[in-house]
Design a protein around this ligand. Structure first.
Ligand code: NAI
Length: 283
């Protein structure tokens, strides 16, 4: 009798586990992370990885403020996609490396949209210039946008969140180049490796106040930034052959991981930098 009782209990347990696994993972594009009622601001979201992140966050229930240095048709079409998910969207122009513009961006988004819960520091630029030819100007602009920008946006965001007595979540977008040497990136790579230290240090200072901070390092993702590789019949296969998953990543491959880190499902994860690269650095 006890034997059968245990079997029935086991059966119920496994059925419950199967059902909750289906509920948790769902099918691609289905809502399975609870971002309902959250408001996110994604920088550099008019195209590429930022667009993928903004779309996935909206599909998972968040309203999204779409930032870019240039608010054009791209930004408007991202906002349109978000509204089609039944979520609110707004576009907000700002250069992430300009304090006055960043302060104006948060003021506008916060006042028009409500308290922002999630900041994704995605905006970034890359140039490829040999070390000996790099100018002060190029070094300064790349590190300003790629490292000081996330620091600046995070500082302004955290001040708003703490002043409102709320909790928050920051996800920084770094790069595989935090760990992998590619030629002509003596400015870009240090900025992206710096994002890892920024993530750790901000996490240590902000998590006790309720703001978790994590970082995603994308590998090779098909966007305008990498179009020159995608269109090169020699370089493309050479790079793909180094990727264990066997294909370039898509912006949504980054978006789904960002959505997880931005959700309460990752509530015990902070200060971490996660490579989302199809296994490129480890092959
Ligand atoms: P992308 O060039 O396609 O898009 C970047 C977006 O950021 C553009 O819409 C651009 O207008 C905007 N932006 C540039 N400077 C800005 C500024 N100062 N303020 C506000 N917006 C600004 O680039 P992609 O590929 O989507 O890259 C997004 C992030 O991912 C960047 O931080 C990049 O460094 C990083 N990344 C990209 C990889 C890839 O393979 N595509 C690999 C590793 C990291």
């Amino acid at each position: 009798m006890r034997h059968w009782g245990a079997r029935i209990l086991c059966f119920r347990f496994y059925r419950q586990r199967e059902t909750s696994a289906r509920e948790t993972h769902g099918t691609p594009g289905e809502q399975h992370l609870n971002l309902q009622g959250k408001i996110a601001l994604v920088t550099g979201a008019a195209r590429g990885i930022g667009r993928g992140i903004a779309e996935v966050l909206a599909e998972q229930g968040a309203d999204v403020a779409v930032n870019d240095i240039c608010v054009n048709d791209g930004a408007e079409s991202v906002a349109q996609h978000i509204r089609q998910q039944g979520r609110r969207a707004m576009t907000v122009q700002a250069d992430v490396a300009n304090r006055a513009q960043v302060e104006g961006m948060f003021e506008k988004a916060w006042n028009e949209f409500g308290p922002i819960d999630i900041l994704v520091n995605n905006a970034g630029i890359e140039t490829i210039t040999p070390f000996l030819k790099l100018t002060d100007q190029e070094w300064t602009r790349v590190t300003d946008v790629d490292l000081r920008g996330p620091w600046l946006c995070s500082q302004v965001f955290c001040r708003w969140v703490l002043a409102a007595g709320r909790k928050g979540n920051i996800v920084n977008i770094g790069s595989i180049q935090a760990a992998k040497i590619l030629p002509g990136r003596t400015h870009y790579a240090p900025a992206k490796l710096g994002i890892e230290a920024l993530t750790r240090n901000m996490s240590a200072e902000m998590t006790p106040s309720g703001i978790r901070v994590n970082c995603v390092h994308p590998g090779f993702i098909a966007t305008d930034m990498t179009a020159w590789i995608m269109n090169d019949p020699e370089i493309l296969p050479a790079i793909v052959s180094q990727i264990s998953v066997g294909r370039p990543g898509q912006p949504r491959d980054i978006g789904t991981v960002v959505a997880f880190l931005a959700s309460d499902d990752s509530g015990y994860v902070t200060g971490q930098s996660l490579h989302v690269d199809g296994g490129w650095i480890y092959k």
